[in-house]
Design a protein around this ligand. Structure first.
Ligand SMILES: *[C@@H]1O[C@H](CO)[C@@H](O)[C@H](O)[C@H]1NC(C)=O
Length: 487
């Protein structure tokens, strides 16, 4: 195999294997770029269409090897060319998850070819949805780590909720996680629809109960997080699995790295931000995977209008409409709202995608209304920007919970896409966070402390954790004491 013959230094070859979702692929890719900088040879495995997309953003000078693993979505009751959660409707994500387990024989073949060529990799770094890849790696005596782009606290709640289904025994709609009580009380409204419906006998439950326990087979865990910020969540995994857990974040794409072009849109928001006082602009984005309902959109627009807050709002078509369709402001926003906001230089409405990191880095931004996806959380806190949390899916509910209750840099303004949000309530919370004194001031101070914490981790704890994780497979190889497995 060509790929195998190129891996000439076994101790510097790492295999990366993320699940087929942008929110997973990007942190893996960012980690790959960092490891490449340290002199590691990376083989990045994914399905053909995802590899083709990565090839477009791979810096020409990069030595990262993109390796296709055979997959045809038509074989798995998925529409043609469905290889990423970004390109399928939410109700098919389960099918894609199930389909991904079919990658096992092909993944086994890839490892076997490396081993037969005399070039076994130093370790496999795989997705938490690919817990099964630990047993495969161990068949070949290869060290195996799970890397989570999600934070420790969020993933701990997710894991515990699926393993224990604690809401089943609660009549009040409130419950605690039996093996993660430090997380405090949770509400049924903080569970995704598949978790609310989970009985233990449904397909989702069966899938999770089969694959989540395979995490115990991994030799350790890597998290895109900061030890000091995420202690509570990380301690859950240390206790649960008795394996090393390394906080190596924040792992992000280099700012001048692979990004989409800004062009005219960049001019628009940059001019706008330059015209505003420090910390006076609210940035609003619900991420690349989520959107809110049409009625929620109207409530938010009214709240912005009344609060007189400056804003940049990244809009996508509301729930129920084709996410790739053109945004119809005249239909989905209050009459004349967009034009009036622009004419009054009050707000900028950006369609689909904005240069989030650059916007958050601008001194005029004072708050971020976010779905609390972990990447967005880290991007916001790395710049000392407090959040208005509106979690919509997955472990976002628990990220928001941590930010509100433990880190105290967030106010929750909404919860899920069925949530009946009122413009008055939204307006109050926007004014609270954006205010120059009181709670707003307090939160900005806390957010700046977290910013410093992250800067210190970048030079301290995260660097040390990265070095430790890279030494671990060698320690295992060179010693008769393994990490608790019989290979
Ligand atoms: C995937 O499978 C379908 C149905 O068998 C076939 O028509 C299509 O050509 C396949 N696609 C690729 C890229 O092989």
């Amino acid at each position: 195999m060509e790929a195998a013959s190129m891996a000439n230094n076994n101790n510097h070859h790492i295999i990366m294997f993320p699940f087929m979702a942008q929110g997973h692929i990007i942190p893996f890719f960012a980690l790959s770029l960092q490891l490449e900088q340290k002199g590691y040879q990376i083989t990045f495995i994914n399905t053909p269409l995802n590899i083709a997309n990565l090839r477009r953003i791979l810096p020409p000078s990069s030595t990262i090897r993109l390796l296709e693993i055979p997959f045809n979505s038509s074989d798995h009751r998925l529409p043609p060319n469905s290889e990423n959660t970004d390109s399928i409707p939410p109700n098919l994500i389960y099918n894609l998850l199930v389909a991904s387990t079919s990658l096992k024989p092909a993944f086994t073949n890839i490892l076997s070819e490396f081993v037969n060529a005399g070039t076994p990799p130093l370790c496999v770094v795989a997705d938490f949805f690919f817990g099964w890849s630990a047993a495969v790696s161990h068949e070949f005596g290869i060290f195996h780590l799970i890397f989570s782009g999600a934070g420790g606290f969020g993933l701990a709640c997710y894991y515990s909720a699926w393993i224990n289904l604690p809401h089943k025994n609660s009549d009040s709609g409130e419950f605690v996680l039996p093996d993660f009580q430090e997380a405090g009380k949770l509400q049924v409204t903080q569970l995704t629809p598949s978790l609310v419906a989970a009985t233990g006998d449904d397909p989702w439950s069966k899938f999770q109960m089969k694959y989540l326990p395979t995490w115990a087979d991994a030799d350790g865990f890597l998290f895109n997080t900061i030890e000091e910020l995420d202690k509570v969540g990380l301690s859950y995994f240390r206790r649960k699995f008795g394996r090393p857990v390394w906080a190596i974040g924040p792992i992000n794409l280099p700012v001048n790295g692979p990004r989409k072009n800004g062009g005219i849109e960049t001019e628009l928001w940059l001019q706008f931000l330059n015209s505003k006082p420090p910390s006076s602009v609210l940035y609003i984005s619900f991420g690349s995977q989520n959107t809110i309902s049409a009625s929620q959109m109207v409530q938010l627009a009214k709240a912005l209008d009344k609060s007189k807050t400056n804003f940049i709002w990244v809009v996508r078509p509301p729930l129920g409409f084709d996410v790739n369709a053109k945004f119809r402001a005249e239909e989905w926003l209050p009459e004349n709202f967009k034009k009036r906001m622009e004419d009054e230089n009050r707000g900028v409405i950006v369609e689909k995608w904005a240069a989030q990191v650059e916007i958050l880095s601008h001194g005029s931004v004072g708050g971020f209304m976010s779905h609390c996806g972990w990447n967005s959380v880290l991007e916001s806190l790395s710049r000392g920007v407090p959040l208005l949390g509106w979690p919509l899916a997955a472990e976002q509910f628990y990220n928001a919970k941590m930010l509100v209750e433990i880190t105290e840099v967030c106010v929750e303004v909404g919860r899920g896409s069925d949530f009946e949000v009122r413009s008055e309530d939204l307006r109050e919370k926007i004014e609270e966070v954006m205010s120059e004194d009181g709670k707003g001031k307090e939160m900005r101070k806390k957010a700046l402390e977290v910013k410093r914490m992250i800067e210190e981790a970048r030079r301290g704890s995260s660097v040390a954790a990265m070095e430790e994780f890279l030494r671990a497979p060698l320690l295992m190889k060179n010693s008769t004491i393994n990490l608790g497995h019989d290979y």
